[in-house]
Write a protein that binds this ligand. Structure first.
Ligand code: AMP
Ligand code: ZN
Ligand code: ZN
Length: 445
């Protein structure tokens, strides 16, 4: 296995080599406009600059030296890797080109909560306990989980990276990310905000900038930012629509604002940008109306690109007969027989049957509400995690990372070990994730 640098030392600012790398990076990349000004003033002295008291210049250099690199984890929900190649993401494409880029293989099911928790814990959904966006307690079917649930016990199957960091004394601050708004594993991040779709991307970015502006004593060393507007546009308009491109461009410019603000305050940052899954096109012509046959025998927990279903008590035989017969554009399994490559089906919270639609098709397992909008073409996710449309995005940029590297596709559970390395946390060999596929992302000096 490739060895990664010990960045704990850098955080403590005792590793002078990394410190000087940081400064070089800080000056060469983030301070480019300042360098240009400096070059211009060398050629043509500017009176105001020439007259600046040397103490002030020394003071400002000193305050920049005092800033150790922080780590920022960003999730752009539903961001396909090929959004970076549409000529609409100057900031993200540059960060990828000057850092590390890869397509990431999400975990099954390719939904938001299971994949955020897979990235955060380094464990597959089947092992971290967040097995769906919607879940039912196998001990008490009336007790259920949905995305707005605030009960911590659903999240207690494994420590999320902010929990591991907090336990190690690293101050964390989270501007949304599934699980950060509940007291998972007995802890909150030191700073966190209650989730609301009404808090827009600009305001979320402002929160990160404000935290970074804090004095060293209470500045978070690890921050997390979550943005869902690209996913929402992808659902509403599909992954190839101009409206989705527009939202991608908006988010790109907001990440640019974050990058520029950090540069302005002389704050070096290791920024890891991920998405939880991709986005595939849907059509009103590709719908499987399973609900028509489920009535009285099956209780759907999730529906869409995949569906998970429990039997109505006493109706297991009927449900099994219905689901396990061959279906066009859909295949179903009892949880114990889900193909091994999905790494799904052992957790007690996984419902008894799982049905997976052919890519592009949607399973309607719940009867449409009378007020439901006519289904139109758009996009979704939840299909096979090896479906190319489900590929997720990975970008890493900052002093800890190499420059100009494109890595082969890797599993999203490998991000947790990478973050551990960057944050100086010990590795945990019992995780599903592994540092090895990402070893090439880290600077070796
Ligand atoms: P999905 O249905 O898998 O596309 O989930 C994406 C949705 O999850 C987004 O529209 C967000 O509004 C929602 N979401 C993300 N984080 C949270 C959270 N912490 N609490 C509630 N909803 C969330
Ligand atoms: Zn998502
Ligand atoms: Zn979504």
């Amino acid at each position: 296995m490739q060895r990664a640098p010990n960045l704990r030392a850098a955080r403590a600012q005792t590793d002078k080599r990394l410190h000087s790398v940081t400064l070089i990076w800080q000056f060469s990349i983030m301070r480019l406009p300042h360098l240009l000004i400096a070059a211009a003033s060398a050629a043509l002295p500017i009176p105001a600059l020439a007259a600046a008291p040397p103490e002030q210049a020394v003071q400002s250099a000193r305050s920049e030296e005092q800033r150790a690199p922080i780590t920022i984890l960003v999730s752009i929900d539903g961001f396909r890797p090929d959004y970076l190649d549409r000529g609409i993401t100057p900031v993200l494409s540059q960060m990828a080109a000057e850092g590390v880029r890869a397509s990431m293989i999400p975990s099954f099911p390719t939904k938001t909560f299971p994949n955020h928790n897979a990235v955060a814990t380094g464990l597959r959904p089947d092992h971290n306990g967040i097995v769906g966006n919607n879940m039912v307690d196998p001990e008490d079917p009336k007790h259920s989980f949905w995305m707005g649930s605030q009960e911590p016990e659903w999240w207690d199957g494994a420590d999320q990276i902010w929990i591991t960091a907090e336990k190690a004394g690293i101050r964390t601050a989270t501007q949304f990310w599934p699980g950060t708004t509940v007291k998972a594993n007995g802890l909150y991040p030191t700073d966190w905000h209650q989730f609301s779709v009404d808090i827009g991307t600009r305001q979320r970015v402002d929160a990160i900038i404000d935290w970074a502006r804090r004095p060293t004593e209470n500045r978070p060393q690890f921050m997390i930012l979550y943005i869902e507007s690209v996913d929402s546009a992808g659902h509403d308009f599909g992954p190839f629509a101009p409206e989705t491109d527009e939202e991608v461009a908006v988010v790109d410019s907001q990440i640019g604002r974050l990058r520029d603000a950090l540069a302005e305050m002389g704050q070096p940052a290791n920024i890891v940008i991920v998405s939880d899954h991709g986005m595939g096109p849907t059509s009103a012509d590709r719908v499987i109306p399973l609900y028509r046959q489920l009535d009285g025998i099956g209780v759907p927990i999730e529906e869409g690109a995949y569906s998970s279903i429990n039997p109505v008590p006493g109706k297991d035989a009927e449900l099994s007969a219905l689901l396990l017969e061959p279906h066009e554009h859909m295949e179903c399994w009892p949880k114990a027989e889900i193909p091994a490559r999905f790494e799904y089906g052992t957790h007690p919270r996984v419902p008894d049957y799982v049905c997976l639609a052919e890519s592009g098709w949607i399973i309607r397992a719940k009867p449409p509400r009378p007020d439901a909008k006519q289904m139109k073409d758009g996009g979704t996710h939840g299909w096979d995690n090896l479906d190319p449309d489900m590929r997720a995005t990975f970008i890493a940029n900052g002093p800890a990372f190499r420059s100009g590297v494109t890595l082969p596709d890797f599993d999203n559970v490998d991000v947790n070990p990478l973050l551990r390395e960057v944050l100086g946390l010990p590795q945990d060999r019992s995780l599903d994730g592994d540092l090895e596929p990402l070893g090439g992302a880290l600077r070796q000096d």
